[in-house]
Design a protein around this ligand. Structure first.
Ligand SMILES: C[S@@+](CC[C@H](N)C(=O)[O-])C[C@H]1O[C@@H](n2cnc3c(N)ncnc32)[C@H](O)[C@@H]1O
Length: 321
């Protein structure tokens, strides 16, 4: 594995909203380069624990290596379970099973930084800047990659993915061009897909091919990794696992994901759902959470200057009551 690189986004804000305290336990649902996990371990020492999950074996290996190289002094020795950091390869949509399996309980906070790391962007065919095989999988043991989807999904299904997950205006033309192109030769590389996108665009907008390609690549990545479904499954399970007073913090990079988080949080704050003309409440529902981020939290100018990839990051946090 080449060096695993990722600059954590909204790190100070995540720590502020997660509020880790000594002796408290936390789940980092998306380990990545381990930026959040390390910051939590700094705050919850001497005996607080972190269970960190990632789908990507390279992220797991990288972090285990960091710990064993003792660059970070706080986690105890591996193998997992023996120290303060437990590192688990898995899907956060199964967070309930993962914490049960690892006997991890008494959880004060859960954080998820949804999306891809810089390492994945550069090594998994998720960007059109370089010629790479069209992979896009976070989990390298998963069968279907982007190449499979591009060469096997029918034109209508591709168009819908581009519309729904990429909000691409020229989805129809691009899906048609993919169909034409693959009927001659299978599509294997990022650069081939970029060329197809450029060819599909009407002449006056061909110079905007990079914008369309960004949206199409994003849409494919979301489809390959079932990103929206995973998030939808994760949120209620994560909230259920929290202690009263526990916090759930989610950083997302896409308006579709942010909408899912926002709607889920709002639902948790709602109490009685009886029709207003009922003389008294019959549903017995009480609010389960209080939103901590009245306004969406995004990157400061200082962070943007230092890490332009933080531009689309949006943080939301809720506390269980
Ligand atoms: C933006 S990075 C996290 C960076 C991390 N917060 C840090 O400070 O370095 C997102 C990570 O989430 C992982 N990931 C994406 N979907 C996942 C899922 N459903 N379950 C577990 N990990 C997932 C990716 O493999 C990636 O490593």
């Amino acid at each position: 594995m080449t060096t695993y690189e990722h600059i954590p986004v909204l790190l100070n804000e995540v720590i502020e909203y997660l509020d880790p305290k000594p002796g408290h336990n936390f789940v980092d649902a998306t380990l990545g380069g381990g930026g959040y996990t390390k910051a939590i371990l700094d705050k919850n020492q001497p005996d607080g624990k972190v269970l960190a999950i990632d789908l990507d074996e390279d992220a797991i290996e990288n972090f285990k290596l960091q710990i064993s190289n003792a660059k970070h002094p706080h986690p105890g020795p591996l193998p997992e379970g023996e120290g303060r950091a437990q590192i688990v390869q898995g899907n956060f949509s199964h967070i309930d099973k993962i914490v049960t399996h690892h006997k991890f309980d008494n959880i004060s906070g859960i954080v998820a930084d949804i999306g891809l790391s810089s390492y994945e962007l550069e090594h998994r065919g998720m960007s059109f800047q370089e010629k790479q095989p069209l992979d896009m999988r976070f989990d390298q043991s998963q069968k279907a990659d982007a190449k499979f989807i591009l060469n096997n999904y029918d034109e209508t299904r591709l168009r819908k993915i581009f519309e729904d997950y990429g909000e691409e205006k020229f989805s129809r033309q691009i899906a048609r061009k993919i169909q034409e192109s693959r009927s001659k030769n299978q599509i294997h590389y990022t650069t081939e897909l970029y060329q197809i996108i450029q060819d599909a665009l009407p002449k006056p907008v061909k110079h905007k091919a990079d914008d369309s390609a960004r949206r199409i690549f994003q849409a494919l990545r979301i489809e390959v990794n079932h990103e929206l479904n995973n998030l939808q499954e994760f949120l209620p399970k994560a909230f259920d696992l929290l202690n009263t007073g526990g916090r759930l913090v989610v950083v997302s990079f896409h308006s579709l994901e942010d909408r899912i988080v926002k709607q889920f949080f709002v639902k948790l704050t709602q109490g009685c759902v009886c029709p207003i003309d009922f003389p008294q409440c019959l549903c017995g529902k009480n609010p389960q959470g209080k939103i901590l981020t009245k306004k969406l939290v995004s990157a400061s100018q200082e962070e943007l200057d230092h890490n332009p990839r933080s531009k689309s990051a949006k943080l939301r946090a809720i506390i269980k009551i």
